[in-house]
Design a protein around this ligand. Structure first.
Ligand code: FES
Length: 265
């Protein structure tokens, strides 16, 4: 049984809508806040969003049922996603998912009887360089195996502190939903922003002196829209910093060797 939307949550929903020139642009984060407050998208949450935005409940419901991150059934404390898209699947994702279904005694999109873990198979998380990848409350857990996956869910269920392999300490699903609604929890700087495997290409480019085409040359025929010079420069400085950090922390020996071998040939 879910209680009604509280006055405090209603006020926060209004504050989200007020962030945007067109209030209905705030619907997605508003739905995340509903999930944070109520554990799922409820009829009361839909009505509240519709009321604040001046649109129909059917329109809100249409959005809430379109995106898979919005849940109509209660989610456990930890939403555990296993990528079973092509690369992760062949690297072990299918095996991990099958092992977890058996270990947790749940099917896809189902929650354990203790209410701790909801298991779901996910499509590509854009983290293929660390396949097979899992996510807990949308934080990456890289390079998993069936054994590490079982240990992970056991740790979560026992209340042990778990840290993402590329991010912060894992909070609860409801807490994560609040962050997605735009209310920071102060953990954004915990953990590395990018891992060495994601920066290998950048490292090779820097070793060889490769640079992106000059912006005056347009999109180079690749259909990539030009970005403001300030944004490009900001991204370049950020990438440079990460590459330098990665070079210090973990020089990618296999890639460097491959690049050197190619040079020799
Ligand atoms: S296929 Fe799993 S992250 Fe891309």
């Amino acid at each position: 049984m879910t209680s009604a939307i509280t006055d405090e949550t209603y006020a926060e929903l209004e504050s989200i809508a007020a962030r945007y020139p067109q209030p209905r642009s705030g619907l997605l984060p508003m739905l995340h806040l509903v999930q944070s407050a109520q554990g799922r998208i409820t009829p009361e949450g839909i009505e509240a969003c519709a009321d604040i935005l001046g649109i129909s409940a059917a329109e809100v419901s249409g959005v809430a049922t379109f995106y898979t991150m919005y849940k109509r059934k209660p989610v456990g404390d930890y939403h555990v996603g296993v990528c079973t898209n092509t690369l992760c699947a062949v690297m072990g994702g299918d095996e991990i998912f099958a092992r977890l279904k058996d270990h947790l005694d749940v099917g896809n999109d189902e929650t354990t009887t203790d209410g701790k873990v909801t298991l779901e198979h996910l499509e590509c998380n854009a983290a293929c360089d660390y396949a097979p990848v899992m996510m807990v409350n949308w934080e990456f857990m890289d390079n998993q195996t069936p054994q590490s996956a079982v240990a992970l869910v056991d740790d979560l269920r026992s209340g042990k502190e778990v840290t993402s392999t590329r991010g912060p300490r894992i909070c609860t699903w409801r807490e994560a939903e609040r962050v997605l609604a735009g209310f920071p929890d102060g953990r954004v700087d915990e953990g590395p922003a990018a891992g060495p495997a994601s920066l290998v290409g950048l490292g090779i480019a820097r070793e060889r002196g490769w640079t992106a085409p000059d912006r005056d040359q347009g999109d180079g025929g690749h259909g990539v829209p030009e970005q403001p010079a300030q944004a490009v420069e900001g991204a370049r400085v950020s990438d440079d910093k990460q590459a330098e950090q990665a070079a210090v922390e973990e020089k990618a020996p296999t890639t460097t060797t491959a690049a050197e071998k190619e040079d020799a040939e």
